[in-house]
Write a protein that binds this ligand. Structure first.
Ligand code: SAM
Length: 208
């Protein structure tokens, strides 16, 4: 997976490649998907959600440009797979999941795998985690109609990075915003397709 799906497609960060090689992706999947854990595709989770394709996880993580002193907010814990990767590349990870059963099973697994720097919360991550802000990096793993103002406000003004899929419910652009003071520089990284960000500053419901 690391060589053929990630390095060959342009993932350059040795630290991201190393961590992607270490984290046992199969542990985060339901039993029926485990044999495909390292396949080049997104896989189904419970409650109609998905765990993203390994390349997408690596590309988003690389775009965050994490250092070991960074405090990170993740919106959309899902299985906890991406959370586990972030936890090995940053100082503290704050992760919010809307669906309680997913959050609970991610919590157990992350504990088992020794991710002691992860803080989980069930709730609407489109509003961020204001008490823990500012964040050096924010990753949204569900698709928003626009960049949520609350997340922009919780990004560190000293070079904070926000990576988020923005578009309609079927296809989106993966955007990277970098904040310097009150200025946000925005770059499009690639086309993508994510499940909807459902919440006050996202979509109203799961359906089309
Ligand atoms: N990163 C996850 C992983 O590695 O398994 C996959 C995330 S999945 C593509 C998107 C997740 O975002 C789903 O679990 C979904 O329930 C969650 N989600 C959607 N809207 C949300 C919101 N407003 N707040 C928090 N989580 C949300």
């Amino acid at each position: 997976m690391v060589e053929t799906q990630l390095r060959r497609r342009g993932i350059r960060s040795e630290r991201v490649l190393e961590v992607m090689g270490e984290v046992p992706r199969e542990r985060f999947l339901p039993p029926e998907s485990r044999s495909r854990a390292y396949a080049d595709q997104a896989l189904p989770l419970a409650l109609g959600q998905t765990v993203s394709q390994p390349y997408m996880v690596a590309a988003m993580t690389e775009a965050l440009e994490l250092t070991l002193t960074d405090r990170v907010l993740e919106v959309g814990t899902g299985s906890g797979y991406q959370t586990c990767i972030l936890s090995r590349l940053a100082a503290e990870v704050y992760s919010v999941e809307r669906l309680e059963p997913l959050a609970r099973s991610a919590e157990l697994l992350l504990k088992e795998l020794g991710c002691t720097n992860v803080h989980l919360r069930v709730g609407d991550g489109s509003l961020g985690w204001p008490e823990a802000a500012p964040f050096d990096a924010i990753l949204v793993t569900a698709a928003a109609p626009d960049v949520p103002p609350s997340l922009k406000a919780q990004l560190s003004p000293h070079g904070g990075r926000l990576v988020i899929p923005v578009g309609d419910r079927f296809v989106q652009d993966l955007l990277k915003l970098t904040r310097h003071g009150d200025e946000f520089r925005q770059r499009r990284l690639m086309a993508c397709r994510f499940v909807p960000l459902v919440g006050e500053e996202g979509w109203e419901g799961d359906g089309p």
